[in-house]
Write a protein that binds this ligand. Structure first.
Ligand SMILES: [Zn+2]
Length: 234
């Protein structure tokens, strides 16, 4: 019977370890990392697209302004041909020069916007090219996690089945005590190893060892550690 309690403990410990392993699966971190990469990618794509829209609007506005500037300049040129007074001509020429300067600054701004637009289009193309691999990575990580979880779940089910049988083999009062101890301790039943309780790792005195051996002899090898109160199998 004492062997059964230790077997029960071993199966419960294995079950605990499997549950812990399920919680800290590296595959879960990989799913999170792949998900984050996908979110970052999506964010980058949104930012680039938004800026491309802004630039397109900016370029359109510059071109509209240029058309107005050109019309204005053509009008002034036509006026210049008809004026005779040098002072008036000078004023018109000055105005034309100002418009020419504005047109030149506008061309520079448009060129800059066009260059940025072209750069971002290349960037967007690169980003769109990453979509498939990032998505596949995420889906792959998810299925790897599902597989790892299902492997562990399968093992847990087998252990749960074994636990039923092991629990049926343990005397009811011992089992009740075991269950009560398991609420506070991961290890509820431990063997006496030499003079040491393998539950609390403390050494028992010679008198204590005599006591637990005596109790064990009367209870199928099941005693209680005087230090920690765990089931001590002697
Ligand atoms: Zn102990």
């Amino acid at each position: 019977m004492s062997g059964s309690v230790l077997e029960l403990q071993a199966a419960d410990t294995m079950s605990d370890q499997l549950r812990h392993r399920r919680e800290v699966l590296a595959e879960r971190e990989q799913v999170q990392a792949a998900k984050n990469a996908l979110l970052r990618w999506n964010e980058a794509r949104t930012v680039v697209r938004r800026r491309l829209d802004e630039l397109a609007a900016e370029i359109q506005k510059i071109e509209d302004d240029n058309t107005k500037l050109d019309k204005q300049r053509d009008k002034l040129h036509a006026q210049l041909k008809t004026v005779i007074a040098p002072r008036e001509a000078e004023a018109l020429q000055h105005e034309i020069a100002t418009l020419t300067e504005q047109r030149s600054a506008s061309d520079d701004a448009e060129l800059e916007a066009l260059e940025e637009h072209s750069r971002l289009e290349t960037q967007l193309e690169e980003l769109l090219g990453q979509e498939e691999s990032l998505t596949n990575e995420y889906l792959g990580a998810e299925s790897a996690l599902a597989e790892a979880e299902s492997d562990i779940d399968g093992e847990l089910e087998r252990i749960a089945e074994r636990l039923k049988g092991l629990r049926a083999d343990v005397d009811k009062p011992v089992l009740r005590k075991y269950d009560r101890l398991r609420k506070n301790y991961v290890i509820a039943a431990a063997p006496l190893s030499g003079s040491r309780c393998e539950g609390c790792h403390l050494d028992l005195s010679a008198a204590e060892i005599d006591d637990v051996r005596e109790t064990g002899a009367k209870n199928d090898g099941v005693a209680e550690c005087p230090q920690c109160g765990r089931l001590l199998i002697v």
